[in-house]
Design a protein around this ligand. Structure first.
Ligand SMILES: [Zn+2]
Length: 232
């Protein structure tokens, strides 16, 4: 394959770019940025810590409409604004429909799902946890939860956050630690009798030495249970 010549490199990286073109890009970007801000304010949302899938779709559509006129000198700004108006109208219409009709809302946003109940992970009908455990373990640590026995109910919300409801201190029971594996005693063969929790579903009980298969999920990895109350 022949090496690109100096002219070809210039074509790839610079083309007709000069000071005037740079200034035009700066102005176009500024204008589009202001319009994006105005549109997001007009959407009625207060902040974007967590987005539902529906909102992510809107943002992607918006970003694509905003990006082109920033640096394509052939693209005028007004057509982009028409796209903006259409996106905003569409967003308003869908949220209005979702507020009117619960079925439509669950199609659009999904439904909250209970992932922890009485200190154990809720399994699907195949006996598996349908969620990325590490991710919501991190979420639990962020809320100051040390083990699952502290949690009465954990609900995965449609915006991706998890809501937790706790046992009062005197009702906390032994449960699966949610700490990183460096701070947990994990094993597949018990060498010391005691209380253990299944690493996959959180089922907790006394175990003798030797190997054990979890009656609830069929896995055979165990972690030493914790029983401390939650420090708030
Ligand atoms: Zn299990």
């Amino acid at each position: 394959m022949p090496q690109p010549t100096h002219m070809e490199w210039q074509q790839i990286f610079i083309k007709d770019f000069d000071g005037a073109a740079a200034l035009e890009i700066v102005v176009r970007t500024l204008i589009m940025f202001i319009f994006v801000l105005l549109l997001l304010r007009a959407s009625g949302k207060k902040g974007v810590r967590q987005l539902s899938i529906f909102e992510v779709a809107i943002i992607i559509a918006l970003g694509s409409a905003a990006g082109d006129p920033m640096f394509h000198e052939d693209d005028a700004i007004i057509p982009s604004l028409v796209v903006f108006a259409a996106i905003l109208a569409f967003y308003r219409l869908l949220t209005w429909l979702a507020a009117k009709n619960e079925k439509f809302e669950s199609v659009l946003e999904g439904d909250p799902v209970v992932i922890i109940e009485n200190g154990e992970i809720v399994l699907n009908n195949k006996g598996k946890s349908p969620f990325a455990k590490d991710e919501f373990f991190a979420e639990m640590r962020g809320k100051g939860i040390e083990h699952m026995g502290q949690v009465r109910l954990g609900i995965l919300e449609t915006n991706g956050s998890v809501s937790f409801f706790y046992f009062p201190d005197e009702e906390v029971k032994p449960g699966l630690p949610v700490l990183p594996s460096t701070h947990t005693v994990e094993c597949s063969e018990i060498s010391e009798e005691g209380l253990y929790s299944c690493c996959y579903c959180g089922t907790t009980g006394p175990l003798h030495t030797g190997k054990h298969i979890c009656k609830r999920c069929g896995q055979e990895k165990w972690a030493k249970s914790l029983n401390c109350p939650r420090i708030t």
